[in-house]
Design a protein around this ligand. Structure first.
Ligand SMILES: Nc1ncnc2c1ncn2[C@@H]1O[C@H](COP(=O)(O)OP(=O)(O)OP(=O)(O)O)[C@@H](O)[C@H]1O
Ligand SMILES: Nc1ncnc2c1ncn2[C@@H]1O[C@H](COP(=O)(O)OP(=O)(O)OP(=O)(O)O)[C@@H](O)[C@H]1O
Ligand SMILES: [Mg+2]
Ligand SMILES: [Mg+2]
Lengths: 248, 248
């Protein structure tokens, strides 16, 4: 199976989409043939790199995935766009185990031609996220240094462990990433210390600082690699990508 | 029907729970008998005011709601706690129209004894949020001054309009609230101007500033009315509450 990193966290607004876009771009720039899959009905990953959502969701159509994948302005980076079409989202969210198997095969058949795949998930632990987790080799969990972000972690870990116990499982823990890090705030250091105490090794050394260029860039349909190449956000995601590529 | 304000937005991390907790507290302090309903499987509203989630979700059990409602340390404020029990969340999320009718009646029967009800929703447009919307008299949408937050608004408004067109509908637009407002950032002013251009009157005059005491307070199981009564966050939610109570 191709290395497939699922970026998931039930808590909303923790930087899942921003991490998916910037890690995928950093990997492509490092020479890895990279695919970004947008499973979020908001389609933020699709518009965040300047692409348009599809009418129908590619994972639900009978068309081979290859026909839906778009190449982007970044060399080595392809995207499987999302769709806002309600019936397809409903089908993906409320499905049963058998069609989640179908999705899994649909994804696996096409990703062979890539070195790395990143999947951006919606803020939920429903069927869509569980299907993405069971189609992945690793799960990466972005969290903010906030109280509410800590709360949801145990519930999330519980769901991941349940998927890891399944017979055909290949899901490993990819790591916890601290995002929107503000070293001048005491709360940031308190949560940082607590997360590292509790989860130890699996917390990435790299933290992503709060950097407004990361938000501004998405308004221009670009990553900060294009919009603000020397920003702190760009440097942090480059370091994180190196950490991930060494980890293999 | 008792005035029931549903706090909803599919976009994650925009301040739904923080707004639900602080508006409910401000209303209770202003003398309104207030009920806060936690419909989010993360149960952030429940823990954010120092309560424990329930084993089973009160809206799914046969027990009358009254038995699940807890009084809080704030006079006039009661809470219907959430639950993290997966089967109940699944049932609420994947339900059909007939059981959403049941939930609606279950909620309506018990809320008569309050002046105001606030419902905190998960970051999704699924069945649970739609049930909450159709059980409410108003919908209040918090948004951050960010590009991705703008993106999801049209999709959200589309779902709300669909519910408003139903026969038995009593849902009105309660307003759009700008949260985590940072006047020193250009992006904040750009989004502020765009939202007010597009949505005009329904955008609240009051904006909620980014204020770390709002995050710190939830770590202590309190609102800022207790934790930091003179903070900017407390003042802003007091003003917002006045705007809402005058609006009646
Ligand atoms: N390091 C950062 N510094 C500043 N802003 C950031 C950073 N990371 C993300 N943001 C901004 O914060 C908001 C939330 O981030 P993002 O949308 O990536 O989170 P998400 O977890 O994907 O949200 P959702 O749960 O809705 O899918 C966005 O507007 C984004 O531009
Ligand atoms: N005005 C504010 N200033 C600073 N921090 C804030 C503010 N409002 C909310 N926060 C913090 O931002 C994070 C997101 O807010 P909150 O959890 O209320 O959003 P939400 O929309 O309910 O998220 P979800 O989509 O996961 O339900 C929380 O950690 C909260 O403490
Ligand atoms: Mg996202
Ligand atoms: Mg919330």
């Amino acid at each position: 199976m191709v290395r497939t990193i699922c970026i998931a966290n039930q808590k909303g607004g923790v930087g899942k989409t921003t991490t998916a876009i910037h890690l995928a771009t950093a990997s492509a720039i490092a020479g890895q043939r990279t695919l970004l899959v947008d499973l979020d009905p908001q389609c933020n990953a699709t518009s965040g790199i300047g692409q348009q959502p599809l009418e129908r969701h590619p994972l639900v159509c009978e068309r081979p995935l290859g026909e839906s994948i778009r190449i982007t302005e970044v060399e080595n980076l392809g995207i499987l766009p999302g769709s806002r079409y309600f019936q397809d989202i409903d089908y993906l969210e409320n499905g049963n185990a058998s069609h989640s198997e179908r999705l899994k095969h649909h994804l696996a058949n096409y990703t062979q031609r890539y070195d790395l795949v990143y999947i951006d998930c919606p803020p939920s632990l429903g069927q869509l996220t569980q299907t993405a987790l069971s189609s992945s080799s690793e799960v990466l969990m972005p969290i903010q240094c906030e109280f509410f972000a800590m709360e949801g972690l145990t519930q999330m870990i519980h769901v991941i462990k349940r998927i890891m116990q399944r017979v055909d499982n290949q899901l490993q823990f990819g790591g916890i990433l601290l995002t929107m890090y503000e070293p001048q705030l005491e709360l940031t250091h308190e949560v940082d210390a607590e997360v590292r105490d509790f989860f130890g090794e699996i917390v990435f050394d790299t933290v992503i600082p709060r950097d407004v260029t990361l938000s501004e860039a998405s308004g221009h349909g670009q990553s900060t690699f294009e919009y603000a190449p020397r920003s702190r956000g760009t440097r942090a995601y480059t370091e994180l990508c190196q950490e991930i590529l060494e980890y293999e």
